[in-house]
Write a protein that binds this ligand. Sequence first.
Ligand SMILES: [Zn+2]
Length: 439
Amino acid sequence: MRKIIGLLAICLGCAWTAFGQLAGSAPLVTVIRAGTLIDGQSGDVRKNQLIFIAGNRIEKVADGSAAIPAGAKVIDLSGATVLPGLIDSHTHIFLWGEDPAKGGYDANILRAGAALRAARATYACKRALEQGFTTLRDVETEGAGYGDVEIKEAIEEGTIPGPRLFCSTRGISSTAGYGLEGYAPELVMPKGVQIIDGPVEARKAAREQLDHGADWIKVYMTHRSWLDGEGHLISQPTLTVEELKAIVDEARGWGRKVACHAYNGIGLQRALDGGCDSIEHGLEITDAQIEQMARQGTWYCPTLAVYYEDWGSPDTAAGKRDRVRAQVHEVSFRKALTEHLKIVYGTDIGGIPWQEPEAQEFARMVSAGMSPMEAIQSATSQAAEMLGSKGELGVIEAGALADVVAVSGNPLKNINELEDVKFVMKDGVVYKNSLSGGN
Ligand SMILES: [Zn+2]
């Protein structure tokens, strides 16, 4: 009897493995041989390591001489640099660029119906995953309602490939605080966010969004921006402190956090006074505001690269403003580095066309003074901590989810290596491997 059960178990094992391979899911034990390992957290670089993966978790990381169990699938990345799956903390899977020549932002809403937008979001998710971004914090759908929650469901049920999504659904701003705008006042135009006025409406919007699956709440604390007579950047504030506090208070009750789009000035100050968890963009942050962020533990998601996109011509008001924005942004970023603010990697991709490399922000961060290792950590363990997933995401260590990527060169010497990710595993499943065959 025992023999029969044993045989049965072996056969079931074979069947499971065959099915697993056919379905593209993980075998029981996978071992990755990593030539160079950057674990996302420690800052150390280790050579010749073995990463043991059981199901969708990392079981252990051991020296290259450790015994490999019989029957394990070995993935040979001994010529590569292995890192945790990357995390982009500021994306818009439902945004399809803002090129003025293609109709700018408005075309996203006016010229694409729900099905086309869902198809584009599906493409965006596939693009992110194949570039090694295994987790995204997607910070609102730009008029596509709760579509992000449904795309997330499609990924989780295995219908489409894509990263792990943290969704923030519709986003929130005030009247006069978001596009579509600039049309005849008689027309009621759709908006790229949920519009609220007053703390009661603010709380109600947060409740609705949380009810429909928001993992984060995204709030716009500034909107339009221009230069004053002296050439200083001004941004129009939107929500009041009282409105933001109602949203933050509601989110806290659900154990959720609030991301605040804020450029500078009054709106950025209100974001900090209202208890925002992350400042998005933060183009111009005063010394006092940097100090307040450090004191409150506020995360900074700078998104440098997107402010080099779609500049107006240099002799126009918008063109001058675009150049000042990029200029003051770098100053703020360098201050944030000096004061050791908690910085996470974010691209605002979607604002940048999805066809462009999602890893382009790394080079911006490094050229503005961040070390390559810190830039990698901003997209791994730092982001994981902000997302409440410390030890689960953004790290290669025992107990973490098996999100692993690899590049053929050394990203600490050339950060642009991260624009050419050659191996991608998410949740223990290999999505891409142009480095090795394995056994
Ligand atoms: Zn954005």
